[in-house]
Unconditional design. Structure first.
Length: 271
């Protein structure tokens, strides 16, 4: 894939040769004119992929407005998981969402890979037309911390919004236009991609391949020989800790006591 950086501020329209427009980790909002250009672009068959999570300052009102036109509401704040089986590394903001049945996600689920969505915002789908597919969803115990980056506790507080939420959606805009939106700006960072054993990068590449029509490229790609991580949810991690630190040592200790006592009894009987 060939990538070219451009700005809509210097253009009246999206370049015709663009197969996909990618917006990655925006820190400030687009203008109303840029929003209108992107809305027209997708309505006329264009492809738009956005990776936008919570921002530290301000709001991305115009950018989020692109979702609002298709019945997807953005919940300001950072999503925190209340279900230990849906987050990793003892951090409830490093989400392990459920992946639904879709051409983008199926290669990962079939190979038992799990993508990680860190520091994500919640998307609520109100569309009933079927044009919006929720690619990744939190558990029902998730909630959005309204404090955002000023969060002081992971406990649910007054003003926080209950889930469940979508953290990634695919939208059919009509006329073959498409939007794929990931609600995290960080999920393609090298660290989180390594945590997911490369699943995050595969997910992003699958989305791009899906939109440009390269169906054969939607797959699990070969992995690097570099060090990678085994990603497990916090519930499983706690279970393994209990087994390795508590149950197994006690079992071996009990077996050792049994063997020692048995041998002494046999010695005494022989004497």
């Amino acid at each position: 894939m060939e990538t070219v950086t451009f700005t809509l501020l210097n253009s009246d329209t999206v370049p015709e040769e663009a197969d996909v427009v990618l917006i990655h980790a925006p820190t400030s909002d687009i203008s109303g004119e840029e929003k209108d250009m992107l809305a027209e672009y997708t309505a006329n068959g264009g492809k738009l992929m956005v990776m936008a999570g919570p921002v530290e300052e301000g709001e991305l009102t115009n950018l989020y407005g692109l979702l609002g036109e298709y019945g997807v509401e953005v919940q300001e704040g950072i999503v925190v998981e209340g279900d230990r089986s849906h987050y990793a590394f003892q951090q409830p903001y490093i989400l392990l969402p459920e992946m639904t049945d879709h051409e983008i996600t199926n290669p990962l689920t079939e190979s038992n890979y799990f993508a990680i969505m860190p520091i994500a915002m919640g998307l609520t789908v109100t569309d009933t037309s079927g044009s919006v597919t929720q690619l990744m969803t939190t558990s029902e115990m998730a909630y959005s911390k309204a404090a955002g980056y000023a969060i002081e506790t992971y406990e649910k507080e007054e003003g926080d919004v209950d889930g469940p939420f979508a953290t990634a959606v695919a939208i059919d805009c009509g006329n073959e236009g498409q939007i794929v939106w990931f609600a995290s700006s960080n999920f393609l960072d090298d660290m989180y991609n390594a945590y997911s054993a490369g699943a995050n990068l595969d997910l992003g590449m699958n989305a791009l391949s899906f939109m440009i029509g390269e169906r054969e490229a939607v797959a699990i790609r070969s992995k690097s020989l570099n060090y990678s991580y085994l990603t497990i949810n916090e519930s499983t991690a706690s279970y393994l800790k209990t087994m390795m630190i508590g149950v197994f040592p006690l079992a071996f200790l009990g077996y050792g006591v049994y063997v020692t006592v048995s041998r002494r009894r046999r010695q005494n009987e022989t004497v």
